[in-house]
Ligand binder design. Structure first.
Ligand SMILES: Cc1cc2nc3c(=O)[nH]c(=O)nc-3n(C[C@H](O)[C@H](O)[C@H](O)COP(=O)(O)OP(=O)(O)OC[C@H]3O[C@@H](n4cnc5c(N)ncnc54)[C@H](O)[C@@H]3O)c2cc1C
Length: 493
């Protein structure tokens, strides 16, 4: 039986463990944190439960594919969101509801955006064509080299080419009349680690996945249920997980990576090693690769860092829904400075998630669990977060004012995670929340490969390798790396 060692138990690592253990590999997972899941994690505090990072799932059919591939019924109960979320614009008292149903969306915005259903329909149809023309050819493919990737890209219909050179903002600007609609449709650019003024228009495919294709889903019982259900199957499959175990260096190696060493000096060996630790920084920090030195990593384009607050609050905040966005004024100015500013934002844009709205077990009766996520520059630009309480105060007072509920004086429990906490807890490079960004020169064969350049038995899975970041993408990543391993080693089942 071949043995596989997976470094990290993020969703990418866990999904790979599911696939390999099903195929008969003897799988061991080493995890730095005390709990599995990586960014898909859980905070339990004073009777409250919070999703630590991800709060919604998209492209849910990737979960079905994962469980089908191991002959298991998908055990995760999902509930589709419609409205998807609500958006609070600065200075406007009434939030806007964002519906997947275009007639309802048109009704919601009829005062500022005429003929909206028709405009969105055209916009999403174009984005959808691009999505379907690239999903299998590019997103779900392994590439051995750049030439192979470019040849695959050349099979994508030429009609999409102009969208590589236009920005997302130019497309929404052309499509919609109201500033509000333009902003709503371009927010997805920030998830990719860029701004709508720089992101190519092709990434409007994310609008398509959220608003038409498969939508946004929440997990019944909280996002962490996904991890708990996977862990049950892994246990049945005999997969061993060692927590509080961080791989900090490598041992003697030849053309293979024969051993990796943890913080206590213990040496771990296996036939195959898969890093679910960031694919770029692992190569730099642990393998000492020159192309991934700190100076080179710093020059790469990383996604924004998360600044998160978890609040247990007494009372019910009626104005909040499950998913809420709070936007400031001066969108362009915000976009221009958000990645590189070294000071706390004065008028932050942020997202609020309240699972106690629909899950009675997430907070004690008569209370809410409020999770605030504010994207901020990573540690390259703002190194010192000793002032982290200040930003929390700004956010909590803004949220109180805009919801008309005195949150500050009703807090019964609170935790803050600034970018340095995210970096230290999960080894996220300089605290970048979603890993490497998705610029054209950082995707496909230009993204760190899922197969190592030197060690023939070392592979990578997760957000900073192919195809990219986000929960469905790292599930696809686990499929791609398993295909690689199967091709390199004979299948055992
Ligand atoms: C705040 C936030 C909100 C998000 N919201 C969403 C969302 O709503 N929907 C969505 O689809 N995506 C969301 N994402 C993105 C999503 O969480 C990630 O893309 C995905 O979870 C990454 O999974 P991964 O497999 O790359 O591993 P990770 O989650 O990064 O896990 C890697 C694991 O490896 C461990 N590790 C690292 N180095 C070592 C080492 N040397 N030794 C041992 N262990 C190590 C870490 O501790 C960690 O547990 C969000 C991310 C963040 C930060």
């Amino acid at each position: 039986m071949k043995s596989a060692l997976i470094i990290g138990s993020g969703l990418g690592g866990l999904s790979t463990a599911l696939r390999l253990s099903h195929k008969g590999y003897d799988v061991t997972i080493l995890e730095k944190h005390h709990r599995a899941g990586g960014r898909l994690n859980l905070i339990e505090q004073d009777g409250f439960r919070f999703d630590m990072g991800p709060s919604f799932m998209s492209m849910t059919y990737e979960l079905d594919e994962l469980f089908n591939s191991i002959n298991e019924k998908n055990p995760i109960e999902l509930e589709e969101l419609d409205p998807l979320y609500q958006v609070f614009f600065e200075g406007k008292e009434k939030p806007r509801l964002i519906y997947k149903d275009l007639q309802k969306l048109q009704e919601e915005f009829k005062d500022i955006e005429p003929d909206l259903a028709n405009k969105v329909d055209k916009y999403l149809s174009r984005a959808g064509q691009f999505f379907h023309d690239t999903e299998d050819k590019v997103v779900k493919s392994n590439f051995n080299n750049k030439l192979e990737y470019i040849l695959k890209l050349s099979r994508v219909p030429l009609k999409h080419l102009p969208y590589l050179f236009k920005t997302m903002w130019s497309e929404v600007d052309k499509t919609f009349k109201s500033e509000e609609m333009k902003i709503i449709f371009s927010l997805v650019a920030f998830f990719l680690g860029s701004t709508p003024f720089q992101t190519p228009a092709i990434y409007s495919l994310l609008n398509y996945t959220e608003m038409r294709h498969n939508g946004y889903w929440k997990v019944k019982g909280g996002m962490y249920k996904m991890v708990e259900e996977i862990l049950k199957i892994l246990e049945r499959n005999g997969v061993k997980i060692h927590y509080n175990t961080e791989i900090v260096s490598i041992g003697n190696n030849n053309s293979k990576l024969n051993e990796v060493i943890d913080q206590n000096g213990k040496r771990w060996t296996a036939d195959i090693i898969i890093s679910n630790s960031d694919a770029a920084s692992f190569r730099g920090k642990l393998l000492g690769r020159k192309n991934y030195s700190e100076a080179k990593l710093d020059k790469m384009h990383w996604t924004l860092a998360p600044y998160t607050i978890y609040l247990g609050v007494k009372g019910k905040v009626d104005k909040l829904m499950h998913h809420n966005y709070f936007l400031g004024s001066n969108f362009r100015g915000y976009a221009d400075t958000i990645f590189t500013s070294s000071i706390n934002p004065q008028k932050p844009y942020y997202y609020v998630n309240v699972t106690s709205k629909s899950d009675q077990t997430a907070a004690p009766e008569g209370h809410e669990n409020i999770y605030i996520l504010c994207p901020v520059p990573d540690l390259r630009f703002k190194k010192d977060w000793s002032d982290k309480e200040e930003l929390a105060e700004t956010l909590i007072s803004d949220l109180s004012q805009r919801t008309g509920f005195d949150i500050k004086n009703n807090i019964v429990t609170k935790r803050i995670m600034a970018p340095d906490d995210w970096a230290n807890t999960l080894n996220l490079y300089k605290g970048s929340g979603l890993g490497l960004a998705h610029d054209i020169d950082q995707v496909g064969a230009f993204r760190p490969s899922n197969k190592d350049e030197e060690f023939s038995n070392l592979y990578y899975v997760g957000a900073s390798t192919t195809p990219g970041t986000g929960l469905p993408m790292v599930i696809i990543s686990s499929k791609l790396v398993t295909e690689r391993i199967e091709k390199d080693y004979a299948t055992l089942s």
